[in-house]
Ligand binder design. Structure first.
Ligand SMILES: Nc1ncnc2c1ncn2[C@@H]1O[C@H](COP(=O)(O)OP(=O)(O)OP(=O)(O)O)[C@@H](O)[C@H]1O
Ligand SMILES: [Mg+2]
Length: 217
């Protein structure tokens, strides 16, 4: 279970807080969408929940372990083994092919060969069969985004955080991504939290949460 207690975030160069006391509980195996207007703090909240950024005050708990102040090595372990993240602006490595990008976390975990079949099937499921050896510069924005989604799933994380994973995709390919998420959620029990501006995609989640003025409603 992930729990946040009174999370606040104020950026150094702004006076008003972006997050104003977020209390959120997400049980293992939940499938949640996060919506809200541009600038409402969705990315900020997702970064903090997923340990990629720190709150100004408040706590984040994973299965009752407070990760706010645990040693860096423990955070890295949690991230590598348990957390997958799809960034709003997907960061692929330009010198690596699509397949190599997907396999990068596996290579770091010394599971390169073991994960190769999953990498191939993930690329197929996101609609990129046949493009495995292309470099990011040879792929469209939406195709790059789908590579980043496959990369986030390659370690079969316990938790998947996705920041507008369908933002660059047409409705058919966007739906494919949501269906892939549903499959991971159903078959592997992956806890999934994704941000979207698309009402139809948001409605696919089992729970919808909404950020308004730095507060959850
Ligand atoms: N590093 C930063 N320094 C200062 N202000 C920031 C920083 N990052 C974000 N903000 C501000 O915090 C607010 C929330 O940003 P955030 O990126 O979380 O919004 P969002 O809900 O994800 O928006 P969008 O839907 O456009 O992606 C915005 O007003 C933004 O300008
Ligand atoms: Mg955002």
């Amino acid at each position: 279970m992930i729990q946040t207690i009174n999370l606040t975030k104020t950026f150094p160069n702004s006076k008003a807080p972006v997050l104003k006391g977020i209390n959120l509980k997400i049980e293992n195996g939940e499938f949640v969408s996060l919506v809200g207007r541009s600038g409402s703090g969705k990315s900020t909240l997702l970064y903090i929940i997923s340990t990629l950024d720190r709150a100004t005050s408040g706590d984040v708990l994973y299965d009752n372990t407070n990760v706010t102040n645990i040693p860096k090595e423990d955070i890295y372990k949690l991230r590598n083994k348990q957390i997958g993240f799809v960034f709003q602006f997907h960061y692929l490595i330009q010198e690596l092919s699509a397949l190599e990008n997907v396999l990068l976390p596996a290579r770091k975990a010394k599971e390169l060969e073991a994960k190769r079949p999953l990498a191939m099937s993930l690329l197929k499921e996101v609609g990129l069969e046949g493009l495995e050896n292309r470099y990011p510069a040879e792929l469209s924005g939406g195709e790059q985004q789908r590579v980043a989604i496959a990369r986030a799933l390659i370690m079969e994380p316990t938790y998947l955080f996705a920041d507008e994973p369908t933002g660059n995709l047409d409705s058919i390919n966007g739906l494919k991504i949501i269906e892939l998420f549903e499959k991971f959620n159903r078959e592997k029990g992956t806890t999934i939290i994704y941000v979207t501006h698309d009402k139809e995609f948001a409605a696919k989640a089992r729970r919808q949460i909404s950020l308004v003025d730095g507060t959850l409603v």
